[in-house]
Design a protein around this ligand. Structure first.
Ligand SMILES: Cc1cc2nc3c(=O)[nH]c(=O)nc-3n(C[C@H](O)[C@H](O)[C@H](O)COP(=O)(O)OP(=O)(O)OC[C@H]3O[C@@H](n4cnc5c(N)ncnc54)[C@H](O)[C@@H]3O)c2cc1C
Length: 417
């Protein structure tokens, strides 16, 4: 079924009896050409592009819970293409372009809202770094504008510009950045993959990876063994554990990241604001809730929930930036498990086991990467060659030290920045 305004009108006039399930609920088959472990944003988009771009339709996505129940449905939905380092910048630039046509591509309204992302700076040195990043973004073909204090005040009059510790000197505005509806992204890719014949199998946990003579043969699951010529591990915060089933030790440490939403408020914040020095960022959802978050917990964990010390830290940062936020009431908070690499950049690569691939290490920024990651992994799985936009995301950079992409210059332990 294609979605359209006409369809909505027709269903509205006929009692909404014509809507059908958006994807099938198939039983797992004994064998597939390819199996993708993980029904998050990256797994679903990989399945979609394998089917659409490469004609591979005898494939399955295996999800231990429900589609979109992981980080793809837990993030704060920020999409941006403001990366600095070659290797990252062309990849995120490609992703932003895919975002711009995504609703049409999927025939699914992902509610991509290019409201602009503003990254604040608080000193002359930070202004110089922002100017440099902006120039790199423009060189990449993306947009960037350096705003001084007066220019910023026109857009964001409600910030505290004279905070003693972090006085605001200006901001880097990236107009094509913004937010999207996270669930819709998962559902749109799921529906698109299903329509092309991909089996989406929920409540199916992968418990083992079968390897013979250095080649992957399939997976063991809670719903039986499934043979496959190609297997991709696309399990975000659980990547380390799933890769261990294939005898691999990934350079990944998993950490909790929390987020918060307030009660619905009248429109007040019409950009995404990033206050890096305070570990705080904020936007307002279309429903009116103010959505905000902060930093990782600085210890490794698989707990998919938040905790009070980080909550206090985030609230303090919010009050520092915009004291008016103290009047809003927090509705709820939640957490997701982040797959952190040492250099803060992701991995999309083959492994030493033939036919086995990994896509992980998205740290706290993998939502914006969903389209380009699936695009690149599908290309790699189908052709055996890295897609040009993801050529730098090699796994062996952590063994050799060559080609590390330390985007935020945080040293060898990005999770402790
Ligand atoms: C609070 C928070 C805020 C964030 N904010 C942003 C943001 O604003 N912008 C941005 O770009 N990024 C953001 N992120 C990061 C982004 O959400 C993630 O990097 C990205 O969603 C990870 O990829 P994914 O969608 O494939 O992961 P997931 O949705 O977690 O998918 C992985 C799936 O694998 C499944 N799985 C695991 N083990 C197995 C197994 N053994 N068998 C079968 N299935 C398995 C899981 O159940 C899960 O559904 C945020 C994350 C969080 C938690």
């Amino acid at each position: 079924m294609r979605f359209s305004g006409l369809r909505v009108l027709r269903e509205g006039l006929t009692g909404n009896r014509g809507w059908t399930a958006q994807w099938r609920d198939p039983e797992p088959q004994a064998e597939y050409d390819a199996v993708i472990i993980g029904g998050g944003g990256h797994g679903l988009s990989t399945a979609y592009y394998l089917a659409k771009n490469h004609g591979m339709t005898n494939i399955a996505v295996l999800e231990k819970g429900y589609l979109g129940g992981g980080n793809v449905g837990r993030n704060t939905t920020i999409v941006r293409g403001n990366y600095f380092l070659p290797g990252n910048s062309e990849f995120y630039s490609h992703s932003l372009k895919l975002w711009e046509g995504l609703s049409e591509e999927l025939n699914y309204n992902v509610m991509f809202s290019q409201r602009g992302v503003i990254t604040l700076f608080h000193s002359d040195a930070q202004r110089d770094a922002s100017a440099r990043r902006g120039n790199a973004m423009i060189n990449q073909g993306d947009d960037a504008e350096l705003l001084d204090r007066a220019g910023l005040r026109k857009l964001l009059p409600y910030l505290d510009y004279d905070n003693g510790r972090f006085p605001i000197h200006g901001g880097l505005l990236h107009r094509r950045g913004g937010t999207a509806r996270h669930d819709a992204v998962a559902w749109g890719y799921a529906r698109g993959a299903d329509r092309r014949g991909v089996d989406l199998i929920q409540q199916c946990e992968v418990t083992g990876i079968d390897i013979e003579n250095g080649r992957v043969r399939g997976v063991q699951t809670t719903r039986g063994a499934i043979r496959a010529k190609k297997v991709a591990i696309v399990t975000a915060g659980r990547s380390g554990q799933v890769a261990a089933m294939a005898g691999m030790r990934l350079p990944i440490e998993s950490h909790v990241l929390q987020a918060f939403v307030s009660e619905g408020l009248k429109p007040v914040i019409d950009h995404v604001i990033s206050f890096g020095m305070g570990h705080f960022y904020i936007s307002q959802s279309d429903k009116g809730g103010v959505v905000f978050g902060g930093d990782l917990d600085f210890y490794a964990s698989y707990a998919q929930r938040g905790n009070l010390p980080m909550m206090e830290h985030v609230m303090e940062a919010g009050m520092t930036l915009m004291p008016m936020i103290g009047k809003a009431r927090v509705l709820r908070s939640w957490g997701g498990i982040m797959d952190m690499t040492p250099d803060g950049s992701p991995i999309i690569d083959k492994t030493e086991t033939e036919g086995l691939f990994v896509d992980c290490g998205w740290c706290y920024g993998g939502f914006k990467a969903v389209p380009a990651s699936g695009y690149a992994l599908a290309h790699l799985m189908a052709t055996g060659q890295q897609h040009e936009t993801a050529a730098g995301f090699r796994l062996d950079r952590f063994r050799s030290g060559e080609g590390l992409m330390d985007e935020e210059a945080t040293g060898s332990q990005h999770n402790l920045h």
